[in-house]
Design a protein around this ligand. Structure first.
Ligand code: CP3
Length: 344
């Protein structure tokens, strides 16, 4: 039996069509998701395996995307590590941010009972889906997890985090290692539960300088990927918003694919990373507000930038926005599925 299209492309094999899925594809723009969320709070949804699996399946059954990503959140792990998280209207908030080495010492490997629902949701997805669809597990990458732990919530520049990084570099490095070491057993458990590939979200890594990325961020990612062992599933890395300047460093972490944002020039990105890694992306999520024919034309133009013979993983450059019309998301996926890669 041939492997799913998504995994063949991820392995660098030539493909007859580029696989497609959308970051944050199970979310508020979907009526089925909204109906579930009217009944249960966000964290309850993350912690109820059959509901989590149900919302993960909605984009697959609706749009025929090539991969399902398990429904959870990168901060469910922070909570399981001993840093309580509340989800409020303005976004997630950590009630006890980590601001010192002593705070960091209180963090532990994710509590099995807290992450078990996500593992169960992965098994349910693997059972529910045909072999042609890939099931994706995920976690934050170390820097982004640490950024939330330190900052206590979302921020524009993550100034508290960058301040910590400069005030006590050794403690910051230790915190990155601690976060990474805690993520490894969780990611391995996702693979054992049926995840065919794992995506690491380093959403905020673009806030640091290239020097700090090289010295701190990239080694922490490499440590996680190494820690997964030789039998690991393929790893996709979202190097972060605005991380284009450090694409080469991200490509050297050992990740099989980089998920690039829309500010990254795709043709140049291919030239920069060569055949060493695959690329995923990078449609501007806001371009899904364009009229449907414009979305279709933009998808084709984006994919025309892929060098002949390279298997691209079609996706958005970041998560889908909550009020995108469903038909526009559908048009994006259909146009991606209809595209035939150039051979020469
Ligand atoms: O991709 C999927 O469909 C799977 C589910 C998923 C969620 N969050 C669900 C979610 C995934 C993969 C994530 C990852 C995540 N969470 C990231 C990395 C990816 C990225 O977008 O950069 C980040 C930075 C977070 C942290 C987070 N979670 C924020 C900042 C917010 C609030 C802003 C927002 O989008 O609402 C969340 C909440 C969240 N996570 C929601 C969903 C569907 C919305 C919660 C709701 O239903 O109200």
């Amino acid at each position: 039996m041939t492997a799913p299209l998504f995994l063949r492309a991820l392995a660098g094999e030539p493909v007859e069509r580029f696989p497609v899925w959308m970051m944050r594809q199970a979310g508020r723009y979907l009526p089925g998701y909204r109906a579930v969320r009217e009944k249960v709070p966000f964290l309850t949804l993350c912690r109820t395996p059959d509901l989590a699996a149900q919302v993960s399946l909605e984009p697959v059954t609706r749009f025929d995307v090539d991969a399902a990503i398990v429904f959870s959140d990168i901060l469910v792990t922070a909570d399981a590590m001993g840093a309580p998280v509340v989800f409020e209207d303005g976004g997630p908030r950590l009630t006890r941010p980590v601001r010192s080495a002593a705070d960091a010492a209180l963090l532990h490997a994710p509590d099995e009972s807290r992450v078990r629902p996500t593992l169960e949701a992965i098994s349910l997805l693997r059972k529910a889906l045909p072999a042609s669809k890939a099931v994706l597990g995920f976690s934050a990458a170390p820097f982004t997890l640490v950024a939330y732990l330190v900052e206590g919530g979302t921020s524009r520049d993550f100034n508290v985090t960058r301040r910590f990084l400069y005030q006590d570099r050794a403690a910051f490095r230790a915190l990155l290692d601690r976060a990474g070491d805690a993520l490894v057993p969780y990611l391995r458990a996702q693979a054992r539960s049926g995840a065919d590939a794992l995506q690491l979200f380093d959403t905020w890594a673009g806030v640091v300088s290239p020097e700090d990325y090289r010295d701190l961020v990239a080694p922490a990612i490499a440590r996680v990927i190494d820690g997964l062992g030789a039998d690991r599933p393929p790893v996709l890395l979202f190097p972060g918003l605005g991380a284009s300047p450090v694409l080469e460093e991200a490509a050297a972490t050992g990740a099989d694919a980089l998920s690039v944002d829309w500010r990254t020039d795709l043709a140049r990105a291919y030239a920069r990373v060569g055949a060493k890694v695959r690329l995923q992306g990078n449609f501007d999520p806001a371009a899904l507000y364009a009229p449907i024919p414009a979305i279709e034309a933009r998808v084709r133009a984006m994919l025309d930038a892929v060098p002949p013979g390279r298997p691209h993983l079609t996706n958005l450059g970041h998560g889908i926005l909550p009020d995108v019309p469903v038909e526009h998301a559908e048009a994006f996926v259909s146009a991606a599925r209809a595209y035939r890669p150039r051979r020469t």
